[in-house]
Design a binder for this molecule. Structure first.
Ligand code: PNS
Length: 164
C-alpha cells in the first residue's frame, strides 16, 4: 500500500492546500490529511473545526481521510506505518524551513520518514492561511482564497470575536 500523510496547521484550509490534497490523492493509494493539535499556537479554528472543514472539502475524494495528531510527526507516522510526508512548496521562502524540517524528520526517524514536495499551482502561489485571516479580519474579500463554505466560517468567527 502506497500511503502518505499531509500534515499541517490548516487554520484554515485554503484552496492552495486543497490543490495539494487533490494532486497528492492521485499519487498515493491512501492520503491522510492530518491537523497538528498544537496548543501553543493561537489558532482561529479549533482542531475539531479544522478537521471538519477538511472532511467537508474532501468528501468526494474516497482515498483521503482526515485526522489530527499531536507530538512529533515521525511518531505519528510510525504509529500509522506511513513513510511519506507530503508538503507544498510555494516559493523560495518556504524552502529553507521545509528543507530543514524534512531533513530533521529523516534524521529523527532513522531514514524511515521521507518528504515529498509538490510545488503549488501558480494561481495559489501567493496564498497562506495567515493572509486569509488578516484579510478577513479587515472584512476583505477571501473568495479567491478558500472555498465558499470556509469563507463563511471565517467571516463568522471574526464577527463573533468582534461582538465578544
Ligand atoms: O501548516 P504548517 O504550520 O506549516 O505545518 C507544520 C507542521 C505541522 C507540518 C510541522 O510543524 C510539524 O510536523 N510539527 C510536528 C512536530 C514535529 O514533528 N517537529 C519536528 C520537525 S522539526
Amino acid at each position: 500500500m502506497n500511503a502518505a500523510i499531509y500534515p499541517g496547521s490548516f487554520d484554515p484550509m485554503t484552496l492552495g492546500h486543497l490543490d495539494i490534497i487533490k494532486r497528492a490523492s492521485k499519487m498515493f493509494d491512501e492520503l491522510t490529511v492530518s491537523v497538528l493539535d498544537n496548543k501553543a499556537k493561537n489558532a482561529l479554528f479549533s482542531v475539531e473545526e479544522r478537521v471538519s472543514i477538511l472532511r467537508e472539502a474532501t468528501r468526494n475524494l474516497p482515498n483521503v481521510t482526515v485526522d489530527s495528531f499531536n507530538g512529533l510527526l515521525i511518531d505519528y507516522a510510525r504509529q500509522k506505518n506511513v513513510h511519506i510526508s507530503v508538503r507544498g512548496l510555494r516559493a523560495i521562502t518556504d524552502f529553507e524551513y521545509e528543507l530543514q524540517t524534512a531533513q530533521t524528520n529523516r534524521m529523527l526517524s532513522g531514514g524511515e520518514l521521507d518528504t515529498v514536495f509538490l510545488t503549488t499551482s501558480l494561481e495559489y502561489a501567493y496564498l497562506s492561511s495567515s493572509s486569509v485571516k488578516e484579510i478577513a479580519a479587515f472584512n476583505g474579500d477571501i473568495s479567491q482564497c478558500v472555498p465558499d463554505f470556509v469563507a463563511r466560517l471565517v467571516y463568522d468567527k471574526f464577527s463573533k470575536m468582534r461582538t465578544e
